[in-house]
Design a protein around this ligand. Structure first.
Ligand SMILES: [Zn+2]
Length: 305
């Protein structure tokens, strides 16, 4: 996208935002203030995933003990899906769009939950995507493949956009996930005239910086929000409340580039612990807010607002 069209897009967004008064956010634990931002976490429901996804190479007794600690057992487990909504100046910014109505019956609830929280879809001015997996992207369109949000500008990592549109997307994924490629292209197509490409270090609004966290997908992004300490919205760099922290070095089936995902996880956990930063994890127990502590040569997630 040229600078000129990007500027026109941003100007158009500012104009449409001025038409709508931004809604009040709910109270803690689901909403809180951070620096210049008001933050709210809205549930999109949850996914039901095979437990075998989690650390297939780990010793089963070690893995099962951690699952048990997280209240999980059996062949499948529920993975929450937390969507972050930010209020900043005249902007109402969604981080990811949820699953929509074509992925799992237990997910795709974000619009109902936003409505219940008093948020009108038409007031959302910006959407930033962490990556192109179904539970983050497929809520972009409605049942007619039209954009769900009438007034929003969309921000996608350039590397992620290129991955899903390139030949490697179909070659690089297992056959059972071929539908992910079709779905990503369908949702991206609906926003192609309203999308801006982003990369590591970009500031989408003042105090909101993009952090490259590749490995879960090729162009996976997180966000850092400035405050008295940083607030990191991690997307799927940290997906499990026990395993991702106690054994960040375990490779996970859900990661496209597992070794790179391990490197990213270790770097991110070190930053979170060293900076005493807050985090919001998309798949951590709702509302997915907490901090990271060092523990026994690894880390521990401590839920907190
Ligand atoms: Zn996910």
């Amino acid at each position: 996208m040229t600078l000129l069209t990007r500027r026109a897009l941003l100007a158009g967004t500012a104009a449409s935002a001025a038409v709508h008064a931004l809604p009040a956010f709910a109270a803690p634990p689901h909403a809180f203030k951070h620096g210049d931002f008001e933050v709210m976490v809205v549930s999109d429901g949850h996914l039901v995933l095979p437990t075998s996804f989690l650390a297939p190479e780990a010793a089963p007794e070690q893995r099962d003990a951690l699952l048990k600690a997280a209240g999980q057992a059996g062949a499948s487990y529920d993975s929450p899906t937390n969507i972050t909504l930010l209020k900043h100046g005249n902007d109402l910014i969604l981080i990811d769009m949820g699953s929509g109505d074509r992925f799992m019956p237990t997910a795709g609830k974000v619009w109902d939950n936003l409505k219940a929280a008093g948020i009108d879809k038409a007031t959302v001015t910006k959407v930033i995507f962490t990556h192109g997996h179904p539970d983050h992207l497929w809520g972009t369109v409605d049942e007619f493949d039209e954009p769900m949000l009438p007034n929003a500008a969309f921000y996608v990592g350039a590397t992620e956009w290129d991955f899903w549109h390139g030949d490697n997307a179909t070659r690089g994924l297992p056959a059972e996930r071929a539908g992910f490629v079709t779905g990503a292209r369908r949702n991206y197509a609906a926003i192609k005239d309203r999308v801006a490409m982003i990369k590591d270090g970009d500031e989408v609004v003042p105090g909101l910086q993009i952090v490259s966290t590749p490995g879960h997908t090729q162009g996976h992004l997180s966000l850092a929000l400035k405050g008295s300490e940083d607030l990191i919205v991690t997307g799927d760099a940290l997906t499990h409340p026990a395993i991702s922290f106690a054994h960040p070095e375990w490779r996970t089936t859900a990661d496209h580039v597992p070794d790179q995902a391990v490197t990213t996880r270790l770097k991110l956990l070190d930053r979170l612990a060293a900076d005493k930063a807050k985090l919001i994890g998309f798949h951590l127990p709702y509302p997915g807010t907490g901090v990271v502590e060092r523990k026994a040569g690894a880390y521990r997630y401590v839920a907190a607002v």
